[in-house]
Design a protein around this ligand. Structure first.
Ligand SMILES: *Cc1c(COP(=O)(O)O)cnc(C)c1O
Length: 375
């Protein structure tokens, strides 16, 4: 296709840091580059503790372990999200309780949370779709009132903010992704952020196969032993070195992506005014990070027709997510509540090609193809 959906961006610094890591000679994790990356995130965004992981999926599984989620526990989250958000907690035997998205954007409808809370509810998981913040004031107030943990699925949220507070710094825990489709990438990769000081030690142990190896490496204990449940969530130093090569260019990457986002916004605004499509709704409190650009059509039929039309014009746009409450794995487990907004996003949302360096010509080609479909 003339305009692909995604193109991973290389800053040109990655190979230097990988060869540096090889030269230093520690290839396993938790070395020089792991710490450089973690320090970068902690200092820049005010995260209490950042721990690199092998993926965001792993960071979410680690979060469920850290919170000691058990069979019988209930975890509330949006149905309109990626599988990993729910799968991480289902793996620990939790009952997943899906909430609806709000009518204005795919984020969780904070007003729908409280009726879902029972005496078994342990955690709320929010997903900031497209790096656009959820209503975190409302979410944190509900959590405090019911003594629930909040986990931010911040997979899409590097350099995105709620008012002037970084996403990922608000919940007790937050999970980030460095998958190749995200703003900052190491191919596969992730990070767990721990903002609740009481959870840090358990997170370090669970990330290191249930051992206190992190404390041992710091010289805090004389030997390392099996002290809890865990698994292998630690990425190697080569992955961290690649990631650091990306972080060095974070501001350049973000500036470029925001420019691409504004190009789409500007050129598609006339179609929104005419009522053909809806463009992303960004609340006053959200400063997004141009992770993706989506639009909504009036119906699934129009959406599917538009995708075919775009493909015919060399534009690779995609739809997602298939709402999890209706998924083959979950449909029998769901309590049958209707989630009309989640259904609507599943049926009418399109993601446009989006990557660093998307040219003016290609953005114009995408927007002209969309315009020609409607007019
Ligand atoms: C990308 C993504 C994930 C999974 O990230 P991986 O690093 O690929 O495991 C989870 N949740 C959301 C919302 C995502 O966008």
């Amino acid at each position: 296709m003339r305009v692909p959906f995604n193109k991973p961006h290389f800053t040109g610094r990655e190979a230097f840091h990988i060869s540096e890591a090889a030269h230093i000679g520690q290839l396993a994790g938790n070395g020089h580059y792991t710490h450089l990356c973690q320090d970068f995130f902690e200092e820049r965004y005010g995260f209490r503790k950042a721990l690199l992981t092998t993926s965001c999926t792993d960071a979410l599984e680690l979060a469920a372990l850290v919170l000691d989620i058990k069979p019988g526990d209930e975890v509330i989250m949006p149905a309109y999200t990626f599988v990993s958000t729910a799968n991480a907690f289902a793996l620990r035997g939790a009952k997943i309780v899906f909430a609806d998205s709000n009518p204005l954007n795919p984020n969780l409808d904070a007003g729908s949370i409280e009726p879902l809370i029972t005496k078994n509810t342990r955690a709320l998981v929010v997903v900031h779709y497209g790096g656009i913040a959820c209503d975190m004031k409302a979410v944190m107030e509900i959590a405090a009132r019911h003594q629930l943990y909040v986990v931010e699925d911040a997979a899409q949220c590097v350099d995105a903010f709620y008012n002037d507070v970084a996403l990922g710094s608000i919940g007790h825990l937050a999970a980030f992704s460095f998958h190749e489709t995200k703003n900052i990438t190491s191919g596969e990769g992730g990070m767990l952020v721990i903002n609740d000081a009481l959870l840090i030690e358990r997170a370090e142990i669970a990330r290191e196969k249930g051992t206190n190896r992190s404390a041992f490496a710091r010289g805090d204990v004389q030997k390392y032993e099996w002290v809890g449940l865990g698994s292998s969530f630690l990425p190697n130093e080569l992955t961290a070195a690649f990631l650091y090569g990306q972080l060095e260019h974070l501001d350049i990457i973000q500036e470029n992506r925001l420019e691409v986002w504004r190009k789409y916004q500007r050129q598609l605004a006339p179609l929104e005014e005419k009522g053909y499509i809806s463009l992303p709704y960004v609340p006053e409190y959200a400063s997004h990070n141009a992770h993706l650009f989506y639009l909504l059509t009036g119906s699934q039929q129009v959406r599917d027709g538009l995708l075919t039309h775009l493909a015919g014009n060399g534009v690779h746009a995609v739809f997602h997510y298939l709402a999890l409450h209706r998924s083959p794995y979950f449909i029998e487990k769901h309590d049958g509540r209707k989630l009309p907004n989640a259904d609507r996003y599943e049926e009418t949302l399109i993601r446009l090609p989006f990557y660093f360096g998307l040219t003016d010509e290609d953005a114009a080609l995408v927007c002209e193809a969309i315009t020609s479909f409607f007019e």
